[in-house]
Write a protein that binds this ligand. Structure first.
Ligand code: PEP
Ligand code: MN
Length: 337
């Protein structure tokens, strides 16, 4: 439930309220609004009488949250969460574009990409150092060396970096380098990993599971938030359906749906969502109009020779064209890019 406090709540009233909630076994999440302090109280609400709670001094109103996800629920923060790292802002009216190669291959590959992305106007740099590959014989990523290259590319370009964490054992290492930690589609329901990224402070980009419903996806975000980290970005990257003409089926209807259910920002990855270069631009444009808060795009300086996902990667001139077209639509939708 959400407890909205009076504007003039005293320190003593606040402490008394928090103590009561604690005694009833509620987990307390304080949300500082513009004028008022709001408490997201998560626990067994059968243990408390709403009318009694509403009459505690300092309390203005109590709103129950009926959905199974609580901290991710729209009611907690109707104005929307903004995730901000340097110049990259996602959510709450800001549209953030993150781009880069599927995998970090070498310093020259990443530097060339980062330079081109920066020039085109991207605000974040993506690149995998630990790659979740379907085959154990495929390139698995440069691992720590890849993270070091990413951090040198950040120094050079000023772009914050987004990179995937696959295993709990690599959390400390990845968190040391990343500005935003990506949890991939295959790990969306790895609850131990979700809890662990919830206990650290870097924002998390949570991709939708291959076969996850919207509610399961929001419950995965809830796992992260329940541990204290509320900086979560959802990423729609397509789901598995009977259709094989595209790599996945990009579910753009999930965007306006989530916007009505949650305050968390949603970005769209049309690269993994379609698996086809020629579909990336039209689906990126459709994502803006559907209400997305940003994009995650695979870009490679030489897609034909990319070590992974070349067939869905744009080259730099194609990315420049995408950003020009998307910027016009974002402005039309009243978003700040
Ligand atoms: C990626 O973004 O590089 C990736 C592997 O994505 P996904 O987890 O969506 O397949
Ligand atoms: Mn990829």
């Amino acid at each position: 439930m959400i407890i909205v406090t009076n504007q003039g709540i005293t320190g003593e009233q606040w402490e008394n309220l928090c103590k009561k909630l604690d005694d009833w076994g509620f987990q307390i999440h304080v949300i500082q609004g513009v004028e008022k302090k709001v408490i997201g109280a998560v626990g067994d609400k059968r243990r408390v009488d709403f009318h009694f709670l509403e009459n505690i001094p300092g309390v203005e109103k109590v709103i129950p949250i009926l959905s199974p996800y609580k901290l991710a629920a729209k009611e907690i923060k109707p104005e929307g969460t903004v995730v901000e790292v340097g110049d990259l802002k996602i959510g709450g009216g800001y549209f953030g574009i993150i781009a880069g190669p599927c995998a970090v291959e070498s310093e020259s590959q990443l530097f060339e990409t980062a330079d081109g992305l920066k020039k085109a106007g991207a605000k974040g740099l993506r690149g995998g150092a630990f790659k979740p590959r379907t085959s154990p014989y495929s390139f698995q990523g440069l691992e720590e060396e890849g993270l070091k290259i990413l951090s040198r590319a950040r120094e050079r370009s000023g772009l914050p970096i987004v990179t995937e964490l696959m295993n709990l054992t690599e959390l400390e290492l990845v968190a040391e380098y990343a500005d935003i930690i990506q949890i991939g589609t295959r790990n969306m329901q790895n609850f131990g990993l979700l809890r662990a990224v919830g206990r650290q402070s870097k924002p998390v980009l949570l991709k939708r599971g291959l076969a996850a419903t919207v509610e399961e996806w929001l419950m995965a975000a809830e796992y992260i938030m329940a541990e204290g980290n509320t900086q979560v970005i959802l990423c729609e990257r397509g789901i598995r359906t009977f259709e094989t003409a595209t790599r996945n089926t990009l579910d753009l209807s999930a965007i306006p749906l989530i916007k009505s259910m949650s305050h968390l920002p949603v970005v769209v990855d049309p690269s993994h969502g379609t698996g086809k270069r020629k579909l990336v631009l039209p689906m990126a444009k459709a994502a803006v109009v559907a209400g997305a808060d940003g994009l995650l795009i695979e870009v490679h300086p030489d897609p034909a020779n990319a070590w992974s996902d070349g067939e869905q990667s744009l080259d730099l001139p194609q990315f420049q064209d995408l950003i020009t077209q998307v910027a016009k639509l974002a402005a039309f939708e009243g978003k700040i890019i």
